[in-house]
Design a protein around this ligand. Sequence first.
Ligand SMILES: [Zn+2]
Length: 317
Amino acid sequence: MRGGIDLGGTKIQVVVVDDQNKVVREARHPTPKDGGPAGVVNAMAAAMKEAAEAAKVETSALAGAGVGSPGAADPATGEVSQAINVLPEWTGSHPVGADLSAALGTKVAVGNDVDVATDAEFQIGAGREFDSILGVFWGTGVGGGLILDGKPWNGRGAAGEIGHMVVKMHGAQCGCGRRGCMEAYAGRGSMELEARKRHDDGEHTELFKIMRHKDRDRLSSGVWAKALEEHDPLAEKLVHRAVKALGAGVASAVNLLDVECVIIGGGMGTRLGEEYASKIEDAMMPHLFKDDRPPAVRVASLGDLGGAIGAALLVSE
Ligand SMILES: [Zn+2]
């Protein structure tokens, strides 16, 4: 058995998988807001131990554990850097691989979260019949992962930032400081800012009532899904706007790369599912140069656990 850890800004999702990559046990802990990198490593170790115990295996008996982390993960050194916009107090570079390996008593490999989730869909998920895929992870931001001719494509280390494809010149302000990025319209963080602004300006919406009812402090994917179910007009408007932006941005990426398949994952992507993947597919059509042979568009089949399963694949060799 192997362990996989998906490290996110709000939660740490852990799985124990068998040699067929089937999930044997899982555990989920909140990402600690204080305690810095050491606190995050301790929380990952605790979650892994909990899942391993439930699977009746010592962590030291695991064949290894993988971590999918935000930011830049160096597979050679196990260090993670550039994660400060997602993880609190994460300045500089931290030896996640070495520290976690010491805590668990087994070897640990690290990779970028979006890359491992894309690789999981490619190897055992919705993209397994294809050679070239684009993973689009629609969540708080919009991340992208690329497999071209069977191999991950990272460029000089920063490829796949599909959220920052420009869909409108001089458009909406993006969290990255630039304007008009796809993420400025489609990222759940930007959607929430826009919803708050319009709500404050007097537009009617049930979004924040649903949020409080669900005991959340932000507009989670579940809150958006519930508001859509109730035909909340502002939620419908903002999700429609997000879908249009995704259509333009993803189609532009397809015009450049001509991948066989686009996989829609992430919190929003998996929660809204087939219905919205097909809306994104429709929104791509007017922007596709070769519109007589569009790529397949699929929902990530590993769902919420894809990141953790992908992390476990890091130690499969
Ligand atoms: Zn941006």
